[in-house]
Write a protein of this length. Structure first.
Lengths: 1004, 193, 109
């Protein structure tokens, strides 16, 4: 059984016990434990079920590479699935539940799949569910969805907060083991700004577990010494619990900092995503031990040899009382010695290397009385939910069992793979190291940055240098090289000297025993989480999946949440073997960020809830909110769609607002409309290029409605232009156009006509603007008093500066409703006060605010177009009958040449008309009119579409505008518009101006 | 007539890792003109008594500041009540220079972020190197603050002032308050020299 | 995510401060131009593997347009220069030739 030793454990504080729960069972551990070490201390070997076969799964590893120990953590609005037990720090009250089983972890009905394994080989889903097609949607897909996914999705909104942080440095070091520490030290000593991050809570990495000396002192003392030195340096930022998630273009790195996953009661954000720009990056990310592929290597109790060692040394936890060690290298012997030292039995070391190989480690093991069987391996592990024994066989051969050894744990080591992920994310290439049977960074093919130079250096075991001595000297060189590349001069210091070790060479073992039969290969797991076995990869190769990328997707090898950290090399070696190719020819799959999964919320950062997106507010926003505004988003603005009174529906409110504005007085907050000043000696010339109309002839004091087109000829914006003086124009744009039209103007001035003397300025937000609309509009202004707003003093399409009710203002006599209308601009800081003054003074004249929908109805009754309704980016002014607004005299304006293209002058372009349903109903917005015949797809031909449709309270019926083939020539004709629910609307083509065709009302 | 008000009526948030406060009414004038043209420099000098500041900086004198927005734009900061006068003074002083001066005092909102962790708070929102050696007093930077445009500068070594569009004041205030929430110290920028 | 240096204000910033604006050095053809030329201006664009010239705008900074010479495969930025030029500056072309001998982009090399 796995258990806690009576003493020891570098990280645990035995004076501080901690209580937690697993599947509802209350357990105890110590401060400093991971959830994994605490579970093992409680003999909870079984922690989950695999994805496909629901096989019992135990903890395999001790770090980020763990494929099996994934649990649902927390509850309610702090629930999170797929949390790795090996990287979860224990805290008081932690509640975890295992995943992917029903009804319980111990008794899981889904485990029947393991009996069916023969019938669920690689590609099973592709083969099984393809026919018959109709079953896919209603039978197969729901079934697969039911069984897909490991954890559960959270049901409640996340209660925590998350943030981003932009950081800059000269040298970024990822990994806080001895390599990272030494690289950071030499880089920092050069004066470079250094950020050093370590994903675990501890500095030093594996070295203190493995032992050895640096500069004659024990390695943990060396670690302490560097850490305390770095802590005093002002140019160094050190962070534990922060993972280098990804390396991106031009030295961009994401650092994922878990601020209080270990202490949920602490205040502040839960995760912080560091968005770092580094001139140079050192990846000191260490290496990961590989499993060995033998039958039953997934039974709980089979662990990586290094993990067994880690739990002993770091947490004082033993994985078993009697451990069999199986290895192809010397490193695993360290585990044997550590177990032996802790008083646990090492039943045997099965060393798969050639029987004639001799190593100092073997000698030492035998001296300790440990049995070493050279040239041997495991034929099969026996056991169900935990290891019971191993069947021993010779490595060369097909697995004839030479003996059976009873044990409760197996520590395996298939060699080590450098963590090359961060090196590879941004294009760093790898090279195959035959001696160590590993891919390591190809130092000549590093990722390159903005200047074309390399910006990543791998250091230590991440660079394929596995011994302590090599690691520290390589890290020293890497830190200095990075500092130099970042423009600093490293100090001429000697590299620390690590203790040399004498290790015999490892021998690659991709299958154990080498000639294992199918029965055994079908139980030799490569990917524990996704249930991919040696036999699956061989089958994929046999079926023609020769590319490693195809094999990955066909078998799902390496596609689980661990992204194949343990399985990839074994998998592609198996593939290479099946294809009769060399491993480097098969190559690796692509390493993509993040290194391990990061929370989606950390990616979103602050952008959630109220600040998910900027909401722009006018100066009168709060008044609207207090007075029943039913909001409508218009770009990032919020505008009142209508103001709801007690008991009113939205459409009742709109109708009331329409009638009141036509009969009495309506007030519209028009502050969002764009206001752009264009000034300069060449302003007239520029305006003539921007607008289709002739603007240069507009007289100061006058207003003119204008259209703007893109160079493609399509309508992009419209609005009223006021000429302020000889040199100056003020352009009103649509709400959405304020920024885009300002930028459009800047673009042409900067990039095409940079020699023209014109300046533009966006003054949209300087003003609050109110449209005072209706027969009583003049009365309320006269009551407030101030400037002369009579017909004589301020005629239609004129503007004037003055004062109303004591507010300095600019008044435009323009109308988008057909009524007597004044648009009045005051300083934004006085907008609310001015609005209040108008509503108060207007009360006796029946003043009511109106919203955007009323505005739409009023303009549609008058046949005025709306950008975004009548236009969709493919409509030219000529389509809308706006030829009167297109100057024939001008040689050029933006869009003029495009409007001469054959398709633009085609008489068959759909043209704007009014539409009146025969029944008086409102046409569905966007509905198409059907014509005779069908198109090539067998669909009915269409001859027009509705661009906007409303209920007109003024007329008591539905009105609409639409674009129709030969529309203006078909007045009176009735068209059919199929609706969405079987209904067909009949509508007559009419003039688009439904109300006050002569325009008398606005001109009073 | 009522006095113009700021976007948020002087809202403030304390209790976090930095103080957040809406600045008082501030006069602002946008001046467009070729800043390298001698005639423009002359007009600027005659109105403000200052030379055109260099790229990425601002100059100040007698309660008026000139902020460099681009090679053809200055932002003049002044008393709220003086803005109209400065616009008129530029119009009068322009002479042969082709200028556009316009009062934008009401178009913007302005906030102050102050305290030991002010740099950390700002660095959560702006993709700018705000380390003491890289950004300090006298500098003026237009940038992105989360999802909106902003201009930032440091009135003192532990405080920032920023300007954004008036309509975005609530968004910016909320963002700053979240970025300054208790327990969110980063201790990255204050420790470096 | 790229970092670019705005040649107008001198600020070096990450891509999120900028806005990409398509191909550089397009010549405008207006009324009176033949269809072929107008089509070329409006629709035809380079799609090179390697050296490319682009328009960018420092949208969250000084607001100015500028040009950038960039490698579309390695993302190396050879240089940025003002938008008020009709062709890539000679010095920059020389720099690119050193790094990418034999490069060709439209009529430039």
């Amino acid at each position: 059984m796995s258990s806690r030793l009576t003493s020891g454990g570098r990280f645990v504080d035995r004076g501080h016990p901690v209580t937690f729960s697993f599947n509802g069972r209350t357990l105890s551990g110590f401060e400093g434990d991971t959830l994994a070490s605490a579970l093992l201390a409680n003999d909870q070997m079984l922690v989950g079920r695999s994805f496909k076969y629901h096989r019992p799964r135990g903890i395999v590893a001790s770090g980020a590479e763990e494929p099996n120990g994934l649990v649902n953590m927390g509850e309610g609005n702090r629930f999170e699935p797929n949390q790795r037990v090996t990287t979860t720090e224990l805290f008081d009250g932690l509640a975890a539940r295992s995943q992917n089983h029903w009804p319980s972890l111990e008794f899981d009905i889904g485990a029947i799949n393991t009996k069916l394994a023969r019938f669920l080989p690689a590609g099973f889903y592709y083969k099984m569910f393809i026919h018959p097609r109709p079953l896919w949607k209603h039978v197969y897909e729901p079934f697969i969805r039911q069984s897909a996914g490991l954890g559960q999705a959270p049901k409640e909104a996340d209660a925590d907060t998350y943030e981003h942080f932009y950081a800059f440095c000269d040298v970024l070091v990822v990994g806080g083991g001895i390599a990272g520490l030494q690289a950071a030290r030499v880089a920092a000593k050069s004066g470079a700004r250094v950020i050093l991050m370590e994903q675990t809570p501890h500095w030093g990495g594996r070295a203190p577990v493995d032992g050895g000396t640096v500069n004659g002192a024990p390695v943990d003392e060396f670690v302490e010494q560097i850490v305390s030195e770095l802590e005093t340096m002002p140019n160094v930022t050190m962070r534990t619990r922060m993972m280098g998630a990804g390396v991106y273009d031009h030295g961009y790195v994401l650092g994922y900092e878990q601020l209080r996953d270990n202490a949920p009661a602490k205040p502040g954000p839960r995760h912080r995503l560091w968005r770092i720009r580094a001139a140079q990056i050192v990846t000191a990310t260490g290496a990961i031990e590989r499993p060995l592929s033998f039958a039953g290597n997934d039974i709980p109790g089979v662990m990586l040899a290094s993990a067994v060692r880690d739990y002993l040394v770091n947490f004082g936890v033993s994985a078993g009382d009697r451990t069999v060690i199986v290895t192809n290298n010397d490193d695993a012997y360290l585990t044997a010695f550590t177990l032996n030292h802790a008083g646990r039995t090492v039943s045997a070391i099965l060393d798969a290397r050639s029987p004639d190989l001799e190593s100092p480690a073997m000698v030492q093991a035998r001296a300790l009385g440990i049995r070493v069987l050279a040239g041997h391996g495991i034929a099969a592990v026996k056991g169900g939910k935990r290891v019971a024994s191993v069947e021993v066989c010779r490595q060369e051969g097909s697995g004839a069992v030479t003996e059976e050894i009873a044990c409760d744990a197996v520590a395996m080591s298939g060699g080590w793979s450098p963590v090359v992920h961060l090196w590879s994310h941004c294009g760093g290439k790898l090279t195959w190291d035959t001696d160590q049977a590993m891919f390591r960074p190809d130092v000549d093919k590093a990722p390159t940055g903005a200047d074309g130079a390399a910006f990543v250096t791998a250091a230590g075991s991440a660079n394929g240098l596995m011994s302590l001595a090599e690691t520290v000297s390589d890290a020293d060189a890497a830190g200095k090289a990075a500092a130099r590349a970042a423009g600093f001069t490293p100090k001429r210091t000697k590299a620390p000297v690590g203790e040399a070790s004498e290790e015999a060479r490892m021998e690659p073992v991709w299958l154990m025993p080498a000639q294992a039969d199918y029965e055994h290969r079908a139980k030799a797991w490569l990917d524990y989480q996704n249930d991919v076995k040696v036999s699956d990869v061989q089958l994929a190769a046999q079926e023609g999946f020769e590319s490693v990328e195809h094999t990955k997707r066909y078998t799902t090898l390496g596609m689980a949440t661990d992204q194949g950290k343990l399985s990839n090399i074994n998998g592609l070696a198996t593939l290479a073997g099946a294809l009769g190719a060399e491993i480097p020819q098969v190559g690796t799959t692509t390493f993509r960020p993040p290194y391990t999964p990061i929370s989606l919320a950390s990616i979103a950062g602050d952008a959630r809830g109220e600040v998910f997106q900027p909401v722009r507010r006018t100066p009168m926003h709060d008044w609207h909110d207090d007075n029943g505004a039913h909001w409508e988003p218009v770009g990032q603005w919020r505008r009142p769609y209508a103001y709801l009174r007690q008991g009113e529906t939205v459409s009742q409110a709109v109708n009331r607002e329409v009638l009141n504005t036509r009969r009495n007085l309506g007030l519209l907050d028009a502050s969002t409309l764009g206001k752009i000043i264009v000034k300069g000696p060449d302003a007239g010339k520029f305006m003539d290029m921007m607008y289709t109309n002739m603007m240069s002839t507009l007289k100061p004091g006058k207003c003119r409605y204008g259209l703007m087109c893109s160079e493609n000829g399509f309508l992009i914006d419209d609005g009223v232009v006021a000429r302020i003086d000889e040199d100056t124009f003020l352009c009103h744009t649509t709400t959405g156009g304020a920024e885009s039209i300002h930028q459009h103007m800047e673009e042409w001035l900067q990039t095409e006509w940079w020699d023209w003397n014109v300046w533009v300025a966006n003054v949209t937000e300087q003003y609050a603007q109110v449209a005072v609309v209706g027969p009583n509009a003049r009365k309320v202004l006269e009551k407030l008093g101030g400037m002369d707003v009579s017909r004589e003093a301020l005629g239609f399409m004129e503007w004037a500066d003055g004062e109303i009710g004591g507010f300095a203002c600019r008044v435009y006599r323009i109308s988008f409703s057909g009524e007597l209308s004044y648009e009045i601009a005051v300083k934004a800081g006085q907008g609310r006060a001015f609005w209040d003054a108008l509503t108060e003074a207007g009360a006796e004249f029946g003043a009511m605010p109106y919203g955007t929908e009323c505005l739409h109805v009023l303009r549609a009754e008058k046949g005025f177009i709306m950008i975004g309704d009548e236009t969709d980016g493919t409509v030219i002014p000529q389509d809308l009958g706006l030829n009167w607004a297109i100057s024939k005299k001008k040689e050029d304006f933006l869009g003029k040449r495009a409007q001469e293209r054959s398709h633009m002058t085609d008489p068959k372009r759909w043209k704007l008309v009014g539409l009146e349903t025969l029944s008086g109903a409102v046409l569905p917005d966007g509905a198409y009119a059907t014509g005779a015949g069908v198109n090539a797809n067998g669909q009915r031909n269409v001859i027009g579409r509705v661009t906007s449709a409303y209920y007109s309270a003024t007329l008591g019926r539905g009105i609409a505008m639409g674009l129709v083939l030969d529309g203006p020539d078909r007045m009176g004709e009735v068209l059919e518009f199929p609706g969405t629910e079987g209904a067909t609307f009949k509508a007559r083509i009419v003039d688009p101006v439904f109300y006050d065709k002569e325009g008398e009302k606005q001109n009073v | 007539m009522s006095e113009p008000v700021t976007a948020m009526g002087g809202v403030a948030a304390s209790g976090g890792i930095a103080g957040i406060r809406e600045a008082e009414r501030q006069g602002m004038v946008t001046l467009r003109g070729d800043l390298s043209a001698p005639a423009v420099g002359k007009a600027v000098k005659s109105v403000t008594g200052m030379a055109v500041p260099g790229a990425g900086t601002f100059a100040q004198k007698d309660g008026v500041a000139l902020c460099w927005m681009s090679p053809d734009e200055l932002l003049v900061l002044c008393d709220y009540g003086s803005a109209e006068g400065i616009v008129q003074a530029f119009d009068a002083a322009s002479g042969k220079a082709h200028l556009l001066a316009v009062n934008v005092s009401d178009a913007r909102a302005s906030f102050q972020v102050s305290g030991e962790h002010a740099r950390d708070v700002m660095a959560k929102l702006c993709p700018v190197d705000l380390a003491p050696g890289a950004f300090g007093t006298g500098m003026f930077r237009r940038t992105r603050l989360a999802q909106v445009a902003a201009a930032i500068w440091m009135p003192s070594d532990d405080s920032f002032q920023l300007i954004c569009f008036r309509s975005q004041a609530q968004y910016v205030f909320d963002l700053l308050s979240i970025a300054a929430q208790p327990g969110s110290e980063v201790n990255h920028l204050c420790s470096t020299g | 995510m790229l970092i670019l240096t705005c040649p107008v204000c001198g600020v070096t910033a990450e891509e999120t401060e900028f806005h990409a604006g398509g191909e550089a050095h397009l010549k405008r053809y207006g009324p009176g131009s033949p269809d072929e030329q107008f089509e070329e201006y409006l629709f035809m664009r380079e799609n090179p593997r390697g050296v490319h010239f682009e328009r960018w705008r420092h949208v969250y900074g000084c607001g100015k347009w500028f040009h950038a010479a960039r490698c579309t495969t390695t993302l190396e930025v050879f240089g940025t220069y003002p938008a008020q030029t009709l062709e890539p500056p000679a010095g920059l072309r020389k720099t690119i030739s050193k790094k990418r001998p034999g490069w060709i982009w439209r009529e430039f090399s």
